[in-house]
Write a protein that binds this ligand. Structure first.
Ligand code: SF4
Length: 369
């Protein structure tokens, strides 16, 4: 049974102003900062996102300023947040909205790259006061418990019912639509938490069906996710004067456009050393001697769990020359390039004494073919 929407909306409207955390984007609810924060907060914790949010606004204070940035600049500023398609989509949105600003209509927002129903609802309601709902993980949990919903909130029927429920709340809510959405999300983030909901501090406790039946922590019911598929790779740290030879990945696909120490995928648990030698030869034209193993890095993508073995490169012959798999090569200590967090972990394993020496001649420049 669903609790009365009006009673829920009133309880949230009273609770939110007194309990909302102070967050930088709440102090600046213009469309661009709201969009920036919403994109950053997808898959990223608030504490991690806050310094990036400040840095972006200091460097590109308006959407017009951001529209003038290059993709490399934006990726570099985003480096470490992961899920880089968000950064590329942010830049595309800025370029499309530079002249007229971001639209206020949720349907028009959804036509922009990378903006789904959640982000469109958040920008429209928070920045423009449009009556548009949002359903994120926090809202899913709060509403599933409030109404003791049995349906998996990620199933088609479960999703549809939750969006409908949020719309019903907006129909009877008389305050700012952005506040209602943020109240639901804030309640899920700070009170109705996944494992230890603080029901005694909850503004909708007396309305909550899960609370009445003691099922707070049993809901929502979610289908088990498939475990990520194991995949393998190998990378080599070829060093010269404190810098490492790096490759830039293609502009589309996984970790698109980001830089990494030279490496290659392995089909399975085969010999990593010979795989790395072939990778160096085909990707940058170098014959290398593989040195000691420095360690391994495990990185979980959405559906894959990558194990990457990292080796020092003791010696090499030839000059780096762009081959297959990368679109550019450079010597760098990593500070001036857009790196994935995976590449940062790999480079961190190389924080050991200088070990790579050229065999024969030194390499002074990276040649491209
Ligand atoms: Fe969540 Fe408890 Fe509030 Fe129900 S009463 S919405 S379970 S915190």
């Amino acid at each position: 049974m669903s609790a009365d929407p009006q009673a829920v909306a009133i309880a949230l409207a009273t609770w939110y102003p007194e309990n909302a955390r102070s967050l930088p984007w709440r102090d600046d609810p213009r469309p661009y900062p709201v969009l920036l924060s919403e994109l950053m907060l997808q898959q990223t914790r608030i504490d991690t996102a806050i310094p990036y949010f400040h840095r972006f606004l200091a460097r590109w204070p308006t959407i017009q300023a951001l529209a003038g940035a290059t993709e490399d600049e934006v990726l570099e500023a985003w480096a470490g947040l992961g899920y880089y398609s968000r950064a590329r989509n942010l830049l595309k949105c800025a370029k499309l909205a530079a002249e007229e600003g971001l639209p206020s209509d949720p349907a028009a927002l959804r036509r922009l790259p990378g903006i789904g129903p959640y982000t469109a609802g958040a920008v429209a309601s928070i920045a423009y006061g449009v009556r548009a709902g949002v359903v994120d993980g926090n809202v899913e949990r709060v509403l599933s418990r409030l109404d003791a919903r049995e349906a998996d909130p990620r199933s088609t029927a479960g999703k549809r019912a939750l969006w409908q429920r949020v719309e019903d709340l907006h129909r009877v809510h008389t305050g700012h639509p952005g506040d209602l959405n943020q109240a639901l999300m804030e309640l899920g983030a700070t009170v109705c938490t996944p494992r230890s909901p603080r029901c005694l501090a909850c503004p909708v406790e007396r309305l909550c069906e899960a609370r009445k039946t003691g099922r707070e922590t049993q809901l929502p019911i979610k289908a088990k996710k498939k475990p990520p598929r194991p995949v393998y790779a190998v990378a080599g740290l070829l060093r010269r004067q404190g810098q490492v030879l790096m490759g830039q990945r293609p502009k589309s696909g996984l970790l698109a456009g980001l830089w990494e120490p030279i490496g290659t995928d392995l089909p399975g648990l085969e010999d990593a050393g010979s795989g790395l030698q072939s990778g160096f030869l085909s990707r940058c034209g170098l014959a290398v001697e593989v040195g000691p193993r420095l360690g391994e890095v495990v990185h979980v993508f959405t559906h894959r769990r990558l194990t990457c073995w990292v080796y020092a490169i003791d010696r090499w012959e030839g000059e780096p020359r762009l081959g297959e798999g990368y679109i550019d090569l450079a010597w760098s200590d990593g500070s001036d390039l857009a790196l994935s967090s995976l590449a940062r972990k790999i480079l961190a394993l190389g924080a050991v004494p200088q070990m790579t020496l050229p065999l024969g001649r030194d390499v002074t420049a990276v040649a491209k073919t």
